[in-house]
Design a protein around this ligand. Structure first.
Ligand SMILES: *[C@@H]1O[C@H](CO)[C@@H](O)[C@H](O)[C@H]1NC(C)=O
Ligand SMILES: *[C@@H]1O[C@H](CO)[C@@H](O)[C@H](O)[C@H]1NC(C)=O
Length: 564
């Protein structure tokens, strides 16, 4: 894998080896080579315009993270007292001095810029290649994707003035080549067939497929909500995945006859996104995500955020959706995203800024769910590998990573359920003792294949095999952590509805609560997540990197959340 990134702030000798680098600059990020599949075509045309995002160091990221844990850790004095947008911006805004030096640098190059986030910790600039080359002491080049023929302008390394060391967190897109997340187009729809589970299944509603009714019985999920309007479940949609209202109506007419089949989602379009309603254009992922958020949460408001093709980040719009949410007040109480990247696709500087943006949402009271991925220990999807591949954003300590289970009585781990350990983010306190217990049991097995000091995932799991959806006028099933994620988003959306209805705060960032209450989950103790030519990790009693703390039991979660 030629995707290693190095932060070379201190390796002056390397900087000196690169021609035309001014004395007072340092290499901020470099990569060894373009990713497999991209060929160098030539120098990028001087006049071509690039839209760059620049991250500016926040004044108090440590304070943001402290505040996130204070409001999210049961037993803390501040538990549940989520921050306002203004409180968060006071921590995420750069200092005046930092802003001034970044502005002076850009102005000295005649570069104009705009704030990408209200706090000004992300800026957006339009520059020509010639300007960008001078600004970043680099030589942007044109690369061609051999598979698609699509050309893209990138560089393998760039430098910043030493006076800005510690003041710029990332410049994007520079060294990150266009990547598509897993999820979406990877899902397979299996039209209903006769070969299903034993008819003596319990609950009986789960005899053939997983449906909202089956999940209600299996996890004890209530069928009614109080309809709190401040409680919104946001569902992300990327890469031309359209959510179809008619398919949803057919789904509800069959599986939620107790709520109006006109129950639907609102749509928020960004980056030129559209949500055409021709049934043949419906996305399997978008239908699955909206049908299970609504199928489980009933009349809790659901907002589908569709990111269109005009995203300026070339990572499917992951930065753009965060910019959109940074301007929202109040924020959604739940954010469900069934898309993921292999962690080694992103350099630390960018992944860390994205992760801190999730912390900012969590501090305001959003529970953020990401699917862990469908490739077992080999990452977002099954692929050849020599070391285990963790997935991002699951490795960000400030999101809740969702794995998948299969079957009933007992639920076992789905073999595709991704899980493992980050190479970028260290282990957070909330899971440290559970993870060390797992590692003690593992001993030296797989030593060298994963980073035992990294943030471990997933955190929790739910059904993800034989999940029934309506798609393009048909009914059929899909498998994946993409199923488990909206199911849990719906379940926690209902819990938030109950909490808000009695004047309590929504749960917000969940992980400290989940690990503190891990006895209340159904522990999954059978199954492994194979990949990279190994059997993968094994489920164990307690937390494990296949199914996390286990699957939910609604009644116990209610009690743990302080409902009587
Ligand atoms: C910026 O613009 C001024 C005025 O047009 C010009 O004199 C100067 O050379 C420009 N500087 C750069 C770095 O392009
Ligand atoms: C392992 O994880 C730790 C903690 O995040 C990190 O500091 C270290 O660089 C990682 N090691 C490798 C080889 O990725």
């Amino acid at each position: 894998m030629a995707r290693s990134y190095l932060l070379l702030a201190s390796l002056i000798s390397v900087a000196c080896a690169i021609p035309n680098v001014e004395r007072d600059t340092f290499v901020h990020v470099r990569r060894d080579s373009a990713p497999a599949g991209f060929v160098h075509v030539g120098a990028a045309p001087d006049s071509q315009v690039l839209t760059l995002r620049v991250g500016v160091a926040q004044s108090n990221t440590a304070g943001l993270i402290d505040a996130l844990y204070s409001v999210s850790t049961p037993g803390s004095d501040q538990y549940g007292q989520h921050l306002s947008k203004e409180d968060v911006e006071a921590l995420t805004a750069p200092t005046e001095a930092t802003t001034a030096s970044v502005q002076a640098w850009l102005s000295s190059h005649n570069v104009t810029f705009a704030r990408a986030t209200p706090a000004g910790d992300w800026l957006k600039l339009s520059v020509t290649v010639a300007q960008a080359n001078r600004l970043l002491n680099t030589n942007f080049a044109t690369f061609k994707n051999q598979a698609t023929g699509k050309q893209t302008v990138r560089t393998l390394s760039y430098s910043l003035p030493t006076s800005l060391e510690g003041k710029i967190t990332f410049v994007h897109p520079t060294t990150v080549f266009p990547i598509q997340p897993f999820g979406g187009k990877n899902l397979v729809f299996k039209p209903n067939s006769a070969s299903k589970r034993a008819p003596d299944a319990a609950p009986q509603s789960c005899a053939t497929e997983f449906t909202p009714t089956c999940l209600q019985e299996l996890y004890g999920i209530p069928t009614t909500s109080t309809g709190q309007t401040s409680n919104v479940i946001a569902v992300s949609g990327f890469i031309d995945e359209f959510a179809n209202q008619a398919d949803l109506a057919a789904f509800l007419a069959r599986f939620r006859t107790d709520i109006p089949s006109t129950t639907t989602f609102t749509t928020q379009l960004i980056d030129g996104g559209t949500n055409p309603q021709t049934r043949s254009e419906a996305g399997i992922e978008a239908n699955l995500d909206t049908q299970y958020a609504i199928g489980v949460a009933g009349t809790v408001p659901v907002q589908f955020i569709s990111v269109g093709p005009d995203n300026n980040d070339d990572i499917a719009g992951f930065l753009d959706i965060l910019e959109f949410l940074s301007g929202e007040s109040p924020v959604p109480t739940v954010l469900s995203t069934s898309y993921s990247f292999d962690e080694d696709e992103l350099p630390f500087d960018l992944a860390n800024s994205v992760c801190n943006a999730y912390a900012a949402l969590g501090a305001q009271g959003t529970s953020i769910f990401f699917s862990s991925g469908d490739g077992g220990v080999s990452g977002g999807q099954s692929q050849s590998c020599t070391t285990f591949i963790p997935t991002f954003p699951s490795t960000c300590p400030f999101v809740t990573s969702v794995g998948a289970t299969s079957g009933l009585n007992p639920e076992v781990a789905a073999s595709f359920s991704s899980g493992g350990f980050s190479n970028l983010f260290p282990i957070p306190d909330y899971q440290a003792s559970d993870v060390s217990a797992f590692l003690a049991g593992l001993g030296s097995t797989y030593a060298g294949l994963f980073n035992s000091s990294g943030r471990a995932f997933p955190d929790i799991s739910a059904a993800g095999v034989d999940v029934e959806i309506s798609w393009d006028t048909e009914f059929g099933t899909v498998d994946g952590t993409s199923c488990s994620t909206p199911i849990l988003a719906g379940l926690f959306g209902l819990l938030n509805d109950e909490l808000i209805s009695v004047g309590k705060s929504p749960l917000g960032f969940l992980n400290p609560f989940l690990y503190a209450n891990q006895d209340i989950f159904t522990d999954i103790t059978s199954g492994t997540n194979p990949g990279c030519g190994t059997q993968g990790f094994s489920t164990e009693v307690g937390w494990d990197p296949v199914t996390g703390v286990g699957s939910p039991v609604y009644a116990s979660l209610r009690t743990a959340a302080g409902l009587t």
